[in-house]
Design a protein around this ligand. Structure first.
Ligand code: OOG
Ligand code: NI
Length: 462
């Protein structure tokens, strides 16, 4: 079979993210309401700000605005994680970044599976924040073994999905018909099942140690726990949520409102309490479980290591005041105050090496002598109007923010200390592959754009 018979991983990811979105909207109707609100706010923002619209058009971001979303799952075993890596590879999604959430009292560590190159992100940026439960952080030996035994009995992938993953690996791609089967089989893993695999007593014992443990251990599979559209104005969406009957989280995680957005701002609506059925000696017993919610995100400039260090430093300054974290009515004001130290115009951000930019030739050639342009520095080319710089969008996650999202959806009361437990080596071993360094990914994207500029200018001189 020739390669021409295969559909691209982008194509499979597009289908998959659409199917997941439809599934989640039918499972969690409030998510549909949130999607409508986000689409309205985005449309209003674009109508009011033609310059923003033109910029988004220029950088291929306009078409993907309403597509933009991520989801999250929580896995129980190393084997589940490594198979999940193979499943996402079929859709061109690779593990980027390592997030240790134990420092925030959540017994998991995580990565994000996502497309890596700009052309693939432009087609569809769907990513999945994927956490692995760390059973070793459960102190009670008997309970730890019980949880491991329950997990070892479940099979989260359908035989059809496993066969198509193998087919993809052996043949190097999937045909259109195989891709359709693959998506249908793959979404089964992420579906909600209201039947718990354990009795109520077991659920309660695990829940008492940490609610996240019962969410991972007591169900047939890793139900997708939220999906997240991207908004152009998260403050507007946050403010409009209550009027639509959506119970929003108290604060927006991440940096404050800025003229030049950086990194990632996120907020969510609280997880719903849903009916479930426990196993019982005399038939099923009714109960409830809270796990699934909706979230929105606003993304901005991807910072360099230097920019990120400044962000982390400023954020901890705000959060450490009186040890109150992000609590307190004046949090937004304190945050904005401290972040005045983070430059808020692209010129300065770029010149000070705080963020990554994509460089694009403007097409202007008049006035320059042949060969003169490619000897000029990038700064000189920008100053002379031959090259423009656009912010590269941050595509990853933030551990402190992620912990805030986890907490608000676990009822907010869970505070355990698992501090200082980063274990990247163990995660990579469970995954069966390295995770990519996010800074290298942006660095390479920026370098490719500079190379393309140089290439254009070399050709333009004759
Ligand atoms: C994941 C929470 C983290 C984000 O956007 O930071 C996350 C989870 O609750 O499983 O999705
Ligand atoms: Ni999320």
């Amino acid at each position: 079979m020739s390669d021409a018979a295969f559909v691209t991983p982008d194509h499979i990811r597009i289908r998959f993210s659409r199917t997941m979105s439809d599934m989640y909207r039918s499972e969690v109707p409030q998510y549909g309401t949130l999607m409508e609100l986000v689409a309205e706010v985005n449309a209003a923002m674009l109508a009011a700000d033609p310059a923003l619209k033109a910029d988004l058009e220029r950088t291929d971001d306009l078409d993907r605005i309403d597509l933009e979303r991520h989801g999250a799952i929580r896995l129980g075993t190393a084997e589940e994680l490594s198979t999940m890596r193979r499943l996402f590879a079929v859709m061109g999604m690779e593990p980027v970044g390592y997030y240790d959430l134990s420092v925030a009292g959540v017994p998991v560590h995580s990565t994000a599976f996502r497309p890596v190159r700009e052309e693939n992100l432009a087609r569809n940026p769907f990513r999945v924040f994927t956490s692995l439960l760390r059973l070793e952080l459960i102190e009670d030996e008997a309970l730890r073994q019980e949880a491991a035994a329950i997990l070892s009995r479940r099979r989260i992938f359908t035989p059809g999905a496993l066969a198509l993953i193998e087919r993809f690996e052996a043949a190097g791609g999937l045909t259109d018909a195989e891709a359709e089967d693959f998506v249908r089989e793959a979404v089964e893993t992420f579906r909600w099942h209201r039947e718990a695999t354990v009795d109520e007593g077991t659920y309660q014992r695990l829940s008492t140690v940490h609610r996240l443990i019962s969410d991972v251990v007591c169900f047939k599979g890793p139900h997708i726990n939220h999906l997240t559209p991207r908004t152009l104005d998260i403050d507007a969406v946050q403010a409009a949520m209550p009027a639509r009957g959506i119970a929003a989280k108290d604060v927006i995680e991440g940096p404050p409102t800025r003229r030049c957005p950086i990194l990632l701002r996120q907020t969510s609506f609280k997880a719903l309490e849903e009916p479930i059925l426990f196993r019982g000696a005399d038939g099923a017993q009714a109960g409830t479980h809270t796990a699934r919610f909706g979230e929105i995100e606003q993304r901005g400039l991807a910072p360099t290591r230097k920019g990120r260090a400044l962000y982390d430093d400023l954020l901890s300054k705000v959060r450490d005041v009186g040890g109150q974290g992000n609590a307190g009515a004046d949090y937004a004001t304190r945050l904005a105050g401290v972040f005045e130290a983070f430059p808020d115009d692209h010129e300065t951000l770029r010149r000070e090496g705080l963020g990554y930019y994509r460089y694009v030739p403007t097409g202007k050639s008049g006035g320059a002598a042949p060969g003169a342009l490619d000897s000029l520095s990038l700064e000189a080319l920008i100053a002379s109007g031959h090259v423009e710089a656009y912010p590269i969008v941050y595509e990853d996650f933030l551990p402190v923010s992620a912990a805030g999202i986890f907490q608000s959806n676990l009822g907010g009361q869970e505070q355990r200390s698992y501090a200082g437990n980063a274990s990247r080596g163990a995660f990579v071993e469970a995954l069966g592959a390295e995770v990519r360094d996010e800074f290298e990914v942006y660095e390479e994207a920026q370098a490719r754009s500079i190379e393309a500029v140089r290439e254009t200018l070399r050709h333009a001189r004759r």
